[in-house]
Ligand binder design. Structure first.
Ligand SMILES: NC(=O)c1ccc[n+]([C@@H]2O[C@H](COP(=O)([O-])OP(=O)(O)OC[C@H]3O[C@@H](n4cnc5c(N)ncnc54)[C@H](O)[C@@H]3O)[C@@H](O)[C@H]2O)c1
Length: 386
């Protein structure tokens, strides 16, 4: 039995009544291969969407010199509900300027301040931790997505000399911290039917855990602690259990006792690191999905993995992260029921072992895509999945 999708409070208003307008940026390497598979699910789910493909990628840059063209931000902001993104990164491109301009350009330019990454185990077989199953690993990380060291503030002095000084600033604003903390409470506060995180007995109280390092970063993460305490104390959040962990302890707890987490909120850098650990305890990058979200506005959904040049073009990339990414996107455009069916189909193929080699199967990318579509069709024929 699959856990029900978490209620999703960040979607486009009234989206369910409109045809979703989806921009597709498949990008480089396996981004192209897995996006092609994920898109096959739309007609299979009966979702009638308006798709527009954008060519931005390493190949496009090498042919035209263009990364993210002028006007692209406005075009995406005004003309679309969601962006389905594959991956970017190509060894031929110096300093990854295409990936930086396009992906970071969109994250910052569209103010996609929530990086939402589910950490959800679909089958015990995929978990490297002894004795942990799907009932133990079912949480979501909200990573702040527009601040921290990623704003690239800083510089070097006396570069290349023995006296070199290198400084990277960690930017944290009251506005930036407060809005991501509020997003975590908004997500935790929505009732979730039959929560799989309850190991026994009735569903547990919703929990938000803030992860910081205020003992070493008293200024930046002192701000996080103050804001978190203020927001947690508001009457609207009285039924949500709020706690905090230092990031070193949190890394240990992700492995030792993942069942203690429900909604996690953290900074950009810590979220980056912790969510790779989160992916690892659920089967790895081949099954990890993410959303870069501004509530109620166009948002970008992408697998956590990159373009994987080591396996690109070989037809062995795992497409399941891309299918799960599409499920997140469908929530954003008001298609929760279709999103739930797609997640259930992915879980069914994982449980049947109809997967690519990275998670123990033998199938090609396309054959794994076929298996997901077959699971969807079994579902619509019988209304239960096997
Ligand atoms: N959001 C993004 O677009 C994004 C994210 C991470 C890395 N990158 C870029 O991707 C390029 C490669 O980076 P990397 O190798 O560090 O990370 P990566 O995620 O591309 O690959 C890491 C390892 O995981 C494997 N892997 C990843 N996804 C897989 C899948 N779906 N199925 C099976 N195996 C999979 C790869 O084969 C590789 O061995 C770089 O240019 C990097 O900058 C882009």
């Amino acid at each position: 039995m699959i856990a029900p999708s978490r209620p999703y409070p960040f979607g486009i208003p009234d989206a369910a009544t409109k045809k979703p307008r989806i921009a597709v940026i498949a990008g480089d390497g396996i981004g192209v291969e897995v996006t092609e598979q994920a898109l096959r699910a739309l007609p299979a789910l009966g979702v009638d969407a308006e798709l527009t493909h954008f060519p931005w990628s390493a190949n496009h840059y090498l042919a035209t010199g263009e990364t993210l063209p002028k006007g692209a931000l406005e075009q995406l902001r005004d003309g679309f509900d969601a962006i389905l993104f594959g991956a970017m990164g190509d060894p031929r491109i110096p300093e990854q300027i295409v990936a930086r301009d396009v992906l970071l350009g969109l994250r910052f330019g569209l103010d996609l301040y929530i990086n939402l990454r589910p950490v959800e185990l679909f089958d015990e077989r995929l978990c490297p931790i002894k004795g942990k199953g799907p009932q133990h690993i079912d949480f979501v990380v909200l990573r702040e997505n527009t601040e921290g060291p990623y704003v690239q503030m800083g510089g070097t002095f006396k570069r290349g000399t023995p006296d070199e000084v290198a400084i990277s600033e960690d930017l944290n604003t009251r506005k930036g911290v407060e809005r991501i903390v509020r997003a975590a409470f908004a997500l935790a506060g929505l009732p979730r039917a039959g929560s799989a995180s309850a190991i026994s007995g009735p569903p547990s109280k919703p929990r938000v855990c803030m992860i910081d390092k205020a003992n070493a970063l008293p200024h930046a993460h002192g701000l996080w602690q103050r804001v978190f305490k203020e927001v947690a104390a508001e009457p609207a959040h009285k039924d949500i259990a709020a706690s905090h962990l230092y990031v070193d302890v949190a890394a240990m707890e992700f492995v030792r006792a993942p069942e203690r987490f429900d909604v996690v909120v953290t900074s950009n850098l810590f979220g980056d690191i912790l969510t790779d650990l989160g992916a690892a305890i659920c089967g790895g990058l081949g099954v990890a999905a993410s959303g870069n979200i501004h509530p109620g506005r166009v948002s970008l959904f992408e697998p956590v993995h990159g373009s994987a040049p080591d396996i690109a073009g070989r037809g062995i990339a795992n497409p399941l992260a891309a299918f799960l990414t599409l499920a997140l996107l469908l929530e954003h455009v008001g298609r929760s029921e279709a999103a739930g069916r797609l997640r259930a189909a992915v879980q069914a193929v994982v449980r049947r072992g109809e997967t690519t080699v990275d998670i123990g199967g033998t199938l090609s990318t396309a054959a794994c895509g076929d298996a997901v579509l077959a699971a969807l069709s079994r579902y619509s024929n019988s209304s239960t999945l096997s």
